[in-house]
Write a protein that binds this ligand. Structure first.
Ligand code: GMT
Length: 375
């Protein structure tokens, strides 16, 4: 199959899922064309089966707001015709599904029909897409898609609750690689991250308010009063400065390290003993799944789809959003004893096993085949 993938190419979870999916599809024999405004960050290797087409958004003095959708839909038309794409898979409803619909209409005028599958990831539904200025366009794009998926049951339910849509939405969970968890000797060493007797606690996100970074630091503060530990923060975003301020207020100093957009995420997660994700909203929580796959238990909020990923009392613990003290106690209960910690690590990995790429990617392939068959 020749598939076009449209996504945000940055560090966000939707871009990561879209890129990993494209790479897996190529390994399974498909030809994949990424149509994005920059080369996706997780796409290091272009091959004869993996291609990248850049969407260039032209500025013009009259445009107060240069139109990404216009440039994207035009690029899609060009790539579909030139490369013979059979199907588009768009990640994030706005504006990708909207642009795909426009491309579909333009191609229909030329006697071509290109179906598009839309995957809803989260804030396109639970935050930005719900705003009155976008809601009708999001609902329209969902209903016009040839097929729609959501990354959790929770997101599927929220979509029906907030949008007037009649499309059947199928849940296809996010996935993760389950390759060997052994530490690669060339990657960063544990001793570079913490002293031998310290536990390593980690958080990774785009530092947006929805991630509640202050709770991450406050939970760490509570834990490290009982257990010697360091906190490693991976990612960048608007809350970074206030996070640094909070670290200063609590006198945590050297015990908290900001690693920025770290290139060694897997190595850091492999060395970690606990992952914190106290988010306000989280349709799935890919970062938690990535941690679990590398044997790191998770203390998280119970927001959105997190309860579908993190199994309470087994792969970690869930608490209501903002329940900092409860999260502290959960963290301590996992970290205080080597035997208990080892048990949680193994259980986290066991739960992650349900979301392996070999189980999930064929579900997308089956959906693509169904869409093409029903044309
Ligand atoms: O919130 C993020 O980290 C970025 C955001 C995105 O759109 O890229 O992530 C959303 O999609 C991810 C992949 O499906 C999910 O794992 C995240 O839970 C979801 N974020 C939210 O719902 C806040």
């Amino acid at each position: 199959m020749t598939i076009g993938i449209i996504c945000y190419p940055t560090y966000g979870g939707s871009g990561v899922v879209a890129t990993e999916l494209g790479k897996c599809l190529a390994l399974r024999g498909h030809r994949v064309h990424f149509i994005t405004h920059a080369q996706p960050v997780r796409l290091s290797l272009l091959t004869d089966r993996v291609h990248f087409h850049e969407v260039v958004v032209q500025d013009y003095p009259l445009f107060d707001y240069p139109s990404y959708e216009l440039a994207l839909s035009s690029k899609v038309v060009e790539v579909v015709e030139r490369e013979g794409l059979e199907l588009l898979h768009v990640h994030y409803a706005i504006p990708h599904a909207y642009a795909a619909y426009m491309a579909q209409k333009m191609l229909e005028e030329k006697g071509l029909y290109i179906p598009f599958v839309t995957t809803l990831h989260g804030t396109d539904i639970t935050a930005v897409g719900r705003q009155p200025s976008y809601n009708p366009a999001v609902a329209f794009s969902i209903d016009q898609s040839d097929a729609v998926t959501a990354v959790s049951e929770s997101l599927r339910t929220e979509t029906y609750a907030h949008f007037d849509v009649c499309k059947d939405i199928r849940v296809i969970y996010n996935f993760v690689g389950l390759d060997d968890t052994a530490v690669n000797p060339s990657c960063c060493k544990r001793r570079a991250l913490a002293d031998e007797q310290q536990r390593i606690i980690t958080h990774m996100s785009n530092f947006r308010p929805v991630k509640r970074i202050r709770d991450v630091i406050d939970v760490f503060y509570g834990i490290q009063r009982e257990i010697s530990a360091v906190l490693l923060l991976m990612g960048e975003g608007p809350e970074r400065i206030s996070a640094e301020e909070r670290v200063g207020e609590l006198g945590l100093g050297e015990r908290v390290k900001f690693l920025g957009n770290c290139l060694e995420v897997d190595a850091v997660l492999r060395h970690s003993d606990l992952f914190l994700l106290p988010s306000e909203k989280e349709s799935f929580g890919l970062a938690a799944l990535e941690a679990m796959a590398l044997k790191t238990p998770v203390v998280s909020s119970d927001a959105g789809g997190l309860g579908e990923v993190n199994q309470h009392g087994f792969s970690g613990f869930l608490s209501p959003v903002g329940a900092v003290e409860r999260m502290v106690q959960h963290g301590i209960s996992i970290l205080r004893d080597d035997v208990i910690l080892e048990r949680f690590k193994n259980q986290a990995r066991q739960v992650a096993g349900r979301f392996g790429r070999d189980a999930i990617v064929p579900q997308y392939e089956a959906l693509y085949a169904e869409v093409l068959r029903d044309l």
